[in-house]
Design a protein around this ligand. Structure first.
Ligand code: 5GP
Ligand code: ZN
Length: 114
């Protein structure tokens, strides 16, 4: 059994504030939110990072981004805009090695990011 934190949330071994779940994708609130809305949109399949994506994941990634689209609308972020972020590897600031997309909104975002 993998000890991966997000796999454990997916298996409901540890609590997560889940806002969406399908066969292949789950979304839950970030424990340390950086914006009024801060969701993590996560493939249920364990993939370490974007670097480890394969062609077999093509349909899964389509489902993931369609879920982001739906969640952005459901969270009333689509009109004003929102930020999606994928941190990859140490240089990208990734801390949890299970691929996830941050969906952030509800405040004005700035650029460049930190
Ligand atoms: P990363 O730094 O890998 O891009 O993002 C990992 C995110 O996971 C961080 O924003 C962090 O706040 C969040 N996180 C870490 N531990 C937990 C947890 O136990 N539950 C939830 N919901 N989020 C977590
Ligand atoms: Zn995992």
């Amino acid at each position: 059994m993998t000890q991966c934190l997000f796999c454990r949330i997916i298996r409901k071994e540890i609590p997560g504030r889940i806002v969406h779940e399908s066969d292949s994708v789950i979304a839950f609130e970030d424990i340390n939110p950086q914006a009024p809305v801060h969701l993590l949109v996560v493939p249920k399949k364990h993939i370490d990072s974007l670097t480890n994506l394969s062609k077999a994941d093509r349909e899964l990634m389509g489902s993931l981004f369609l879920t982001i689209n739906e969640l952005a609308k459901a969270s009333h972020l689509a009109r004003d805009g929102f930020r999606t972020v994928i941190n990859t590897g140490p240089g990208g600031g990734q801390t949890v090695y299970h691929l996830h997309v941050h969906l952030l909104g509800g405040r004005q975002m700035t650029w460049p990011p930190g």
